[in-house]
Design a binder for this molecule. Structure first.
Ligand code: ZN
Length: 260
């Protein structure tokens, strides 16, 4: 058992895991599914038939294991790295000034491709799969984290005694700790009142990024290297986690209802 844990720990330190785990992404997708307009549902049917959004939510992570090199450039699409503690104005300036493809450039890029009916079915499907996934990533605060620790990947912590890193805690451990299936989790979170929903979905994309930045500042502040995390950490952050998942789902629905 000890040997196995060591192997897992070694594997995790080489393989940085850049995404909400499978459950988190599916919760976001499922909440979105429940808020689609009739028209968007009809258009989605042309793209993915009777398949659910949740089915495709993790595909952009799965293709990281593709060995042909076809998806190599897409590995940078899942996150942005910026310095911590920025004012909103500075944050937005820095976000817009980032070079190359990243989470901030690719959400609008995927929206444009999904919208463009002159593209092939396959291209539009791919854009949809990325959009479902990337809106989820945007709501994992450490996907809007800091460069020096690779979004928390280099911050070693333990979760109920098991060695892991801060990024992985937010990708998976905290979500899995809630012990819901993704369907159950979507159900318990999908009770946001209309005014709250409106204020979440009508703000601009830059605000969504800034909210993740502010939350990531809190996460960094409360989780220094070497932290031993368990019940208290869940208590501290479970409301933030739930809000992020709900926001992600409602905002994904808003995007799909708008462009389909
Ligand atoms: Zn991802």
């Amino acid at each position: 058992m000890k040997k196995l844990l060591l192997v897992i720990a070694a594997f995790c330190s080489f393989q940085y895991c850049f995404a909400y785990g499978t459950t988190g992404h599916r919760v976001v997708a499922e909440i979105a599914q429940r808020h689609l307009s009739r028209h968007a549902k009809k258009e989605l049917k042309k793209l993915i038939g009777d398949q659910q959004l949740a089915f495709w939510a993790n595909w952009p992570d799965f293709i990281k294991s593709d060995t042909t090199g076809k998806w190599k450039s897409a590995s940078k699409w899942h996150y942005v790295d910026l310095p911590g503690g920025l004012s909103k104005e500075q944050f937005v300036t820095d976000l817009k000034g980032l070079s190359g493809e990243n989470l901030y450039t690719q959400i609008p890029a995927m929206e444009a491709q999904l919208k463009d009916k002159s593209l092939s079915l396959e291209q539009r499907q791919t854009a949809l799969y990325f959009l479902i996934h990337l809106v989820g990533d945007l709501h994992q605060p450490l996907h809007v984290g800091r460069d020096e620790d690779q979004g928390g990947n280099k911050i070693k912590v333990s979760w109920f005694g098991k060695p892991t890193n801060l990024h992985a805690v937010w990708d998976e451990s905290l979500v899995d700790y809630q012990q819901y299936s993704y369907m159950e989790y979507a159900t318990v979170l999908d009770i946001v009142d209309k005014n709250q929903e409106k204020s979440w979905i009508e703000s601009p994309l830059e605000d969504w990024f800034y909210e993740s930045h502010v939350l990531s500042d809190k996460v960094y502040d409360k989780t220094p290297d070497g932290s031993k995390l368990s019940y208290g950490y869940n208590y501290l952050f479970v409301n933030d986690l739930n809000e992020e998942l709900a926001k992600g789902g409602l905002r994904l629905a808003k995007i799909l209802n708008e462009i389909l």
